[in-house]
Write a protein that binds this ligand. Structure first.
Ligand code: EPU
Length: 447
């Protein structure tokens, strides 16, 4: 079992480069299945969710070969299986994109119900609504979702809630369906636009991605392409907050500043200075941080995936801040851990009240999900003394070499291997959310 050991109190300074976006990569990799030729995907982050996605592709018969730094050549023409078994699907939420991609290509798919971070109820009714609107039938049995269609036909799909996953899955399934598909109340996140751009670069005809109405005219064939994944908005936001929490001064490179607007605006309210350049930003703090209120919302609102990180920062700000979580039922799992570090936070339903104490103390803590883990790292960097973070496999699902990047900015952070106790070993084996250890695809292991 690995853990992070952080000696807090060091200002982050220098430069850091952001990797490709997790939530774009985990949709684009399955989307390669739709192509009739090999594709090269660049700027792919080295995270365990990507390792699992590549491994699923390999298990289906696709040929995956490294194609340079953070790039893979994927040949989907040899795919013979349309099934993603429980053993791999359970390890990440985004395995549901194999449903849309396989259905779109082969008119059938068999995928285990997805796993992922424990954030509360995570239904997939809107995904199924989209697939059935396009002509597919589904059955759910023994934890597997089976989709079948004699033919996919374009249709109107109106989502009852704004959902990233179902919007992307509808795009994947509709891209080769006959006729016009209109997705209404679509999600508008940067990764939706990235998936549309990728599919269009293979010859798809998708318009309106990034607005709440997406129109897709089905095409018969998709060809090979070379495509670079966008930079990770949430990784960039996490570094912005980490720099602010340590009262540092650093440049974050390889970002799209427009994608960071909602985060930038809130940080400026808190008293953080941000200067934007074409594809980089400078973040620094030269005055005391102050309280603010935040409500998470779908893009272009403040992202739920930055909620825990900014909460860690607000524990250091003067005054009482209020955070309202509007997307997930259980995204305050980090609060108990931050309390162990001296934070004063009260949670009532979807609202957290943070009394800024101005300081945190190091403590042993546990990451309960990916972004909670990021929040604990931020808290540990700002705290006095030593913070030890357990269960960092959650963090490694979505952050590419977090400790290395932080060390380059001057942080005192180490990844330490601790031998498993026998009981912990058993728990680890059976944990449904255990990430990709021992699941390196040959290709990923080679780079
Ligand atoms: N929802 C439904 N029915 C559905 C699908 C979603 O009711 O069929 C509800 C959910 O319960 C939730 C809301 O709609 O309340 C939004 O869910 P969404 O479908 O947008 O979330 P997701 O696709 O499962 C992605 C990201 C999450 C991120 C959310 C919101 C991926 C792989 N995951 O999840 O990322 O929090 O969008 O932006 O793209 C993370 O990176 O830490 C993470 C959890």
């Amino acid at each position: 079992m690995d853990k992070f050991v952080i000696k807090g109190g060091r200002r982050l300074t220098g430069e850091v480069s952001i990797s490709g976006a997790k939530n774009a990569a985990v949709a684009i990799l399955p989307a390669v299945i739709l192509s009739d030729e090999p594709c090269v995907i660049e700027n792919v982050p080295s995270i365990s969710d990507v390792v699992i996605s590549l491994r699923i592709l390999e298990e289906m018969g696709a040929e995956v070969t490294p194609a340079g730094h953070d790039a893979y050549r994927i040949d989907p023409t040899k795919i013979t299986k349309c099934c993603v078994p429980y053993e791999t699907a359970r390890k990440m939420r985004a395995s549901y994109y194999f449903l849309g991609a396989l259905l779109g290509k082969f008119n059938k798919a068999r995928v285990s119900m997805p796993g992922g971070c424990p954030l509360g109820d995570r239904p997939i009714d809107q995904h199924l609504k989209a697939f059935t609107a396009l002509g597919a039938d589904y059955t759910l049995s023994q934890g597997m979702i089976d989709l079948k269609a004699s033919k996919l036909t374009g249709n109107q799909i109106f989502f009852d809630v704004v959902t990233v996953g179902a919007t992307m899955n509808a795009m994947l399934a509709a891209v080769k369906a006959e006729g016009l598909t209109v997705i209404e109340n679509a999600a508008k996140e940067p990764h939706i636009v990235d998936l549309a751009n990728f599919l269009n670069s293979m010859g798809a005809n998708i318009m309106g991605a990034g607005t709440d109405v997406i129109k897709i005219r089905g095409v018969k064939h998709l060809h090979g392409t070379t495509y670079a994944v966008i930079p990770d908005q949430i990784e960039a936001g996490t570094f912005m907050v980490a720099i602010a929490a340590t009262k540092g001064d650093a440049i974050i490179k390889n970002v799209i500043p427009k994608h960071l607007e909602s985060i930038t605006k809130k940080l400026e309210k808190i008293g953080v200075n941000i200067e934007q350049f074409d594809d980089s930003i400078r973040v620094w703090v030269d005055s005391p941080l102050v309280k603010t209120n935040i409500k998470t919302a779908p893009h272009p609102g403040f992202p739920t995936d930055m909620q825990s990180q900014i909460a860690a920062l607000l524990t250091l700000a003067e005054g009482t801040s209020i955070i309202t979580e509007n997307i997930w039922d259980q995204r305050f799992g980090y609060v108990d851990e931050l309390r162990r570090m001296g934070a004063d936070i009260t949670v009532n339903g979807k609202v957290a009240l943070i009394e800024g104490t101005g300081k945190l103390m190091g403590a042993p803590v546990k990451a309960c999900d990916l972004r909670a883990g990021a929040a604990l790292i931020i808290a540990g960097l700002a705290a006095s003394g030593i913070t030890e973070i357990e269960d960092i496999y959650h963090i490694e699902r979505g952050y590419d070499c977090m400790e290395g990047k932080l060390r380059a900015l001057g942080a005192d952070i180490e990844k330490v291997s601790v031998p498993d106790k026998p009981a912990a070993k058993e728990a680890k084996k059976s944990s449904v959310n255990r990430a990709a250890d021992n699941h390196q695809p040959a290709a990923a292991a080679a780079v």
